[in-house]
Design a binder for this molecule. Structure first.
Ligand SMILES: Cc1cc2nc3c(=O)[nH]c(=O)nc-3n(C[C@H](O)[C@H](O)[C@H](O)COP(=O)(O)OP(=O)(O)OC[C@H]3O[C@@H](n4cnc5c(N)ncnc54)[C@H](O)[C@@H]3O)c2cc1C
Length: 326
């Protein structure tokens, strides 16, 4: 029987695994996809906003040739940490449900059952896009994930959203030779866009290289056009491809199946948990990383979420081995 099963091999799940293992606990990770699966899905050569030392886990230095690491640097870094720590990681094994009580849980996965005393949910947020809920959103030329610009060169691309991901995608697509139209629900490019990206986007809009429609919403997507409602009335825009980059949210159904209650005072439906231990309303079930913020997915990220691992490890060591804080 494991002392703790961690669900999700993202940066924070890995941090939880190595910190609990270093305390002497018997630990494994179940991950439904590849190692650091969310990062695998990020855009090719994406530059992190954080400098490398803020993405480090377990005290492993993260040397990079760049001031800000690229996605590829981070993929390499986290797999080296996982291998050096000899973590027991069960990849492509999706966790489905949890039965039993603290000390005697059974976790059901796509491959079987795993007995464990405790569980840490480090399931992130990147699997479930916030849908527009309009007709045509399920067409094959609509994606909620942006990878790279090259398949869109000399084509008309609509990008929906005005936060960091959509801003970066619109700029990269434009520079690669696509004709980009940006659809923004609010009156301007979001103030949350990083200070070195926002003026770049605003200037490209001002010089006419990117067409932007503010205070506008999408009403329908067709195979060769998109319909939007602007302050001046409805508009149909011809398009070859649509990127709906309107954010993501955690798997609330999984949290529900785990009987983790939402915090009734939190508008983002974040799970209720003790901030000292990260234990949820269900004893023996812990949350770590981005999932702790519910729908407020920018509340916890790698920089601050990685520290959840030490809190949980210290508490669990006390619970399981009677050595709290050691
Ligand atoms: C484009 C982009 C750029 C970013 N840049 C930065 C940055 O510069 N600095 C920063 O600190 N943060 C950044 N972030 C945020 C950061 O990447 C996330 O906050 C971080 O990945 C959270 O780590 P996590 O381990 O909590 O979750 P994740 O990395 O999302 O990992 C969760 C894991 O759980 C797995 N999983 C989910 N459900 C199940 C299941 N049922 N069974 C098994 N496994 C499951 C997933 O496959 C995934 O591998 C960025 C995010 C994006 C999208």
């Amino acid at each position: 029987m494991l002392d703790v099963l961690i669900i999700g091999a993202g940066p924070v799940g890995l941090a939880c695994a190595l910190e609990t293992q270093r305390k002497g606990l018997k630990v494994a990770i179940a991950e439904k996809g590849a190692l650091v699966n969310s990062l695998v899905g990020y855009p090719t050569n994406m530059e992190f906003f954080s400098t490398p030392e803020l993405l480090e886990i377990g005290g492993y230095p993260f040397p990079t040739a760049h001031y800000k690491p690229l996605r590829e640097d981070a993929l390499d870094y986290y797999q080296r940490v996982a291998r050096d720590e000899k973590l027991d990681i069960r990849l492509h094994e999706k966790v489905l449900k949890l039965d039993g009580e603290q000390g005697n849980f059974t976790v059901s996965t796509s491959k079987g059952e795993i007995p464990t005393r405790n569980v840490i949910l480090a399931t992130g947020f990147y699997d479930l896009p916030n849908l527009l809920g309009v007709p045509g959103e399920d067409l094959s030329h609509v994606s909620h994930y942006y990878k790279e610009p090259y398949q869109h060169v000399l084509q008309h691309v609509v990008v929906i959203g005005a936060k960091n991901s959509s801003a970066k995608a619109a700029l990269q697509l434009t520079r690669a030779g696509a004709k980009v139209t940006l659809i923004v629900r609010g009156p301007e490019v979001s103030n949350s866009v990083k200070y070195w990206i926002r003026p770049d986007l605003i200037n490209r809009i001002a010089e006419g290289r990117i067409t932007a429609h503010f205070n506008s919403t999408v009403t329908a997507i067709h195979p060769e056009a998109i319909e939007i409602l602007t302050p001046d009335g409805p508009l149909t825009i011809p398009t070859d491809f649509v990127y709906a980059l309107t954010g993501y949210h955690p798997d609330e159904a999984l949290l529900g199946r785990f009987r983790v209650e939402p915090d009734p005072t939190d508008e983002a439906c974040a799970p209720l948990f003790n901030p000292q231990t990260h234990e949820t309303s269900r004893r023996g079930v812990f949350v770590a990383g981005t999932v702790c913020g519910g729908r407020a997915t920018s509340r916890w990220f790698i920089e601050n979420g990685r520290h959840h691992a030490q809190l949980i490890a210290a508490y669990l060591a006390g619970q399981v081995l009677g050595s709290a804080g050691q």
